[in-house]
Design a protein around this ligand. Structure first.
Ligand SMILES: Cc1cc2nc3c(=O)[nH]c(=O)nc-3n(C[C@H](O)[C@H](O)[C@H](O)COP(=O)(O)OP(=O)(O)OC[C@H]3O[C@@H](n4cnc5c(N)ncnc54)[C@H](O)[C@@H]3O)c2cc1C
Length: 317
């Protein structure tokens, strides 16, 4: 049975990941998504070797320096590990505004304490305390917005979103991580059509991506479909309708899956509507964010409709 050595102590790992093994013993390893996406639980192996799978998704430069993700690491031999000195750096940010975007989603604006480089649509980790963090996508655009803009949905019994809704207020200083993730607009190929599908607060990264693409002078179609059960679930509607009026290549379709459809809203499931309107996605770029079931189904279906996997970007949450 493999052992993990951390901080001079040895721990039996058994069948569990290094993250589960250490946190079960009370070792405070920061973590967030626990599924190999957010990179919050990155560690470094200083003795022994970890399986290659534990490095999936890391930049080659980090993998080459023996960094790995503790949540995806099931060691086959004894290893000694440390928390990274580097990795996604942390910094302080000040809360500059908190507003309800709809009944379930708060818009939070943050002013980072130092130069903060990011791309619209990437995510940051928001720390509730030293070891509890969750990912939130950036709806802001560096060249347009002075502050970072997050859209946080209230999750029933959610640790971090619950704290955001009950406690976060203007003036608070909080800890965030540097930005990460590959769900963002890359300039170039400006004639390419782009399909964007979201549910709930999955709109956050897409709101950033659309404004970034328009700012970059994107010429191809930008078609956004936002799904909700009813009209209460939408937000940023006026802003998106205004963008659609001023940019003929941008099309915004809010989709209602239950109840009566109203003027200005499409009736049905967001993915069905998006695919019925755009049945041939050969050559398209696709962004999918929000409910994991919708995102995973949409990944398959947009691929079957012709989009190349290389051109499909998804953040399920
Ligand atoms: C890349 C990425 C980007 C994201 N961007 C956004 C964004 O822009 N906006 C946004 O709102 N969210 C976003 N998320 C989701 C966000 O990171 C959090 O997962 C979400 O806010 C819930 O966190 P929480 O701490 O409030 O809930 P948690 O405490 O993690 O709980 C989540 C749910 O699991 C249940 N649960 C927790 N523990 C247990 C247990 N032991 N047994 C059974 N059930 C349990 C809770 O009741 C709750 O329903 C993103 C996620 C990722 C990975």
């Amino acid at each position: 049975m493999s052992k993990v050595i951390y901080g001079g102590q040895s721990y039996e790992c058994g069948e569990s990941s290094i993250l589960d093994c250490l946190t079960a013993q009370g070792v405070p390893v920061p973590s967030s998504c626990r599924s190999g996406v957010c990179q919050t639980c990155m560690m470094r192996v200083v003795e022994g070797e970890v399986p290659e799978k534990a490095k999936a998704g890391l930049k080659p430069t980090l993998a080459a320096q023996n960094y790995f993700l503790a949540c995806s690491c099931y060691p086959e031999n004894d290893v000694e590990v440390v928390l990274p000195e580097a990795g996604l750096g942390k910094l302080e940010a000040r809360v500059t505004s908190v507003e309800y975007l709809n009944g379930d989603i708060l818009g939070i604006r943050l002013k980072p304490s130092r130069l903060f480089e990011y791309k619209a649509g990437q995510f940051i980790n928001l720390f509730k305390d030293e070891i509890t963090a969750r990912c939130y996508s950036l709806a802001s655009v560096p060249a347009l917005d002075e502050e970072l803009f997050l859209n946080v949905r209230k999750v029933p019994s959610g640790l971090v979103s619950g704290w955001v809704f009950s406690s976060l207020k203007v003036g608070d200083a909080i800890t965030i991580s540097e930005a990460s993730g590959d769900c963002f607009y890359v300039p170039g190929n400006s004639e390419q059509d782009i399909l964007l599908i979201a549910t709930g607060s999955g709109l956050a990264p897409l709101y950033g991506i659309i404004r970034d693409a328009l700012l970059s002078g994107h010429q191809g179609k930008l078609s956004l479909y936002h799904g909700s059960y009813n009209t209460d679930g939408f937000y940023l509607v006026e802003e998106l309708r205004r963008l659609a009026q001023t940019h003929p290549n941008f099309n915004y379709v809010p989709c209602i899956s239950e109840g009566e459809a109203k003027a200005g809203y499409a009736p049905g499931m967001v993915l069905d509507i998006a695919l019925a309107d755009n049945p041939d996605l050969s050559g398209w770029r696709v962004f999918l964010c929000g409910n994991p079931n919708m995102v995973n189904t949409a990944k398959q279906q947009t691929f079957f409709a012709g989009a190349s996997m290389r051109d499909i970007f998804a953040d399920p949450f």
